[in-house]
Ligand binder design. Sequence first.
Ligand code: COA
Ligand code: ZN
Length: 296
Amino acid sequence: MPFVDRLPRRVTVVEVGPRDGLQNEAHPVPTDTKVAFIDRLAAVGLPVIEVTSFVSPTAVPQLADAEEVMRRVARRPGTRYLALVPNERGLDRALAAGCDAIALFTAASEAFSQANVRASIDETFQRFQPVVRRARAAGLWIRGYVSTAFHCPYSGPVDPELALSVTERLFALGCHEVALADTIGRATPREVDRLLALATRLFEPSLLALHFHDTAGLALANVMIGLDYGVTVFDASAGGLGGCPFAPGAPGNLATERLLALLDGLGIETGVDREAVATAVAELRRAVPGIGAHAR
Ligand code: COA
Ligand code: ZN
């Protein structure tokens, strides 16, 4: 059977540029510009857009306007607008802003968890419990992130068993989808293969998402491995927005345009107009010159 015939026919591209991209950009982006960018990304057919984070504005000043952005984006019917929530305080803010989908984030590495949210992995789950209870009662859709699923910037390679146990706990908690994230863009196709061989035995591939950064130039190769395991949800950032704080000068998130070029080239449907994504990025660059300078 030709290789492409065993890949999924359709893939969901999750656009994380407005959150994961902009949180790592040094250029301040006015709220109006963010809202216009998000509305354009929805209009080009991206089915899921990660809009912002309801985290501490001291931790991530770039997203301090989370409420306003969330309230002002045009809610396109059929588009899912996601926001990151670290704790109950974040959920209160997300609910007040009218969110209907949230993402919780923890890590497969203790060192990264401490650096990112000042809590151990166990403590993040303690924080999540009331969040999930209330979010599910309010009918919210919930994604869980496993950051540093492959490599940690502080403690090095991550044991796949740790990533699997965190994934298992996120599903047990009540997440609808779990995203395995290569936070620093260091995963190799062999490492992705190893983790997915185990993960797809334990979990439905359709409930898993893959979140790659292109720091080492291997993001698309890693996507190919994911497709071969039947994964159908992939994250990407329009214009490759977002550097990697641990790799200055290196490209950040996998660019949505590059992911779409691969998927289009494989004949996999996404419902997204690749040219129109490039136009949305050009509009953003016109409004904020110099943004996304590291992107491939
Ligand atoms: N929204 C806004 N402010 C929040 C908040 C939230 N969800 N959660 C906590 N805060 C505020 C508190 O009110 C407090 O403010 P103050 O200093 O003015 O009193 C301050 O943040 C510290 O609160 P505390 O509960 O002690 O949290 P912490 O310092 O242990 O930080 C997090 C925990 C999770 C809130 C913080 O580390 C964070 O927001 N991290 C985000 C990391 C991130 O987004 N990473 C990228 C995604 S992978
Ligand atoms: Zn990321």
